[in-house]
Design a protein around this ligand. Structure first.
Ligand code: DX5
Ligand code: ZN
Length: 222
């Protein structure tokens, strides 16, 4: 388990609780963190930016009580600045917003940072990578989406790999490159070769009967 993922350059494995059993979330979290995962990815969806609704601050707060692991929140919502304070108050430590929903991404990043958290920016597979450049100096993490966001269990889109490489070239050593969507035993090594540091995994961990074996296998491929 990783308390501050910016203190290490090692590859980090982030289970997304989107595919966990919410009726026993605490046990699900314990299982993956004691089984070798590093910290947690929290997929917040508002039913507007993406055609699905997941959870918001009350669930983040419950997760915060269940673990001391670092909490990485992926905000798939149309108004990240409106809801960011509630996410931080609930215990999220990194807030990643989508470039598609803001007019001025550098401003959005600076506003979120004022809340005392880390800041990430992300982009959909169809969004040109140039859109994030104005915010690059102001973020800690760049998340490259490798599926169209909204649902777990989709197929990795290899067309985003050039974007991963382009971002990697521009990042400072203190910044991290995250990839999310369709990461499994067939795709994780390719994503790592392209330069990803943090790997979000929902179905390839939580949908497996032996989650700890799945984590071991993914880690062995890094
Ligand atoms: C997609 C979410 C992802 C998703 C990943 O909208 O942002 O974090 O849960 O799921 P898998 O790993 O199953 O592709
Ligand atoms: Zn996500």
């Amino acid at each position: 388990m990783t308390a501050n993922p910016f203190q290490t350059r090692a590859h980090q494995l982030l289970p997304s609780i989107l595919s966990a059993d919410f009726a026993k979330l605490g046990a699900e979290i314990d299982e993956v963190l004691s089984g070798g995962a590093d910290f947690l990815h929290l997929d917040v969806m508002d039913g507007h930016f993406v055609p699905n609704i997941s959870f918001g601050p009350p669930v983040i707060k419950a997760v915060r009580k269940a673990t001391t692991a670092y909490l990485d929140a992926h905000l798939m919502i149309t108004e990240p600045l409106r809801y960011a304070p509630a996410m931080v108050a609930a215990g999220a430590q990194n807030l990643t917003f989508h470039v598609e929903v803001v007019d001025d991404p550098a401003h959005a990043a600076r506003e979120i940072r004022k809340l005392g958290c880390n800041v990430g920016i992300t982009l959909n597979p169809a969004t040109p990578v140039e859109r994030i450049w104005p915010a690059l100096d102001w973020v800690d993490v760049v998340l490259v989406m490798s599926v169209v966001p909204g649902f777990s269990g989709q197929k990795f889109i290899p067309d985003v790999l050039p974007k991963v490489r382009a971002v990697k070239q521009r990042l400072r050593p203190d910044q991290r490159l995250e990839i999310d969507g369709g990461i499994n035993a067939d795709t994780i090594a390719t994503a790592a070769e392209a330069g990803a540091d943090w790997f979000v995994v929902a179905s390839a961990i939580f949908d497996q009967t032996d989650r700890q074996a799945a984590i071991r296998q993914l880690r062995a491929l890094l």
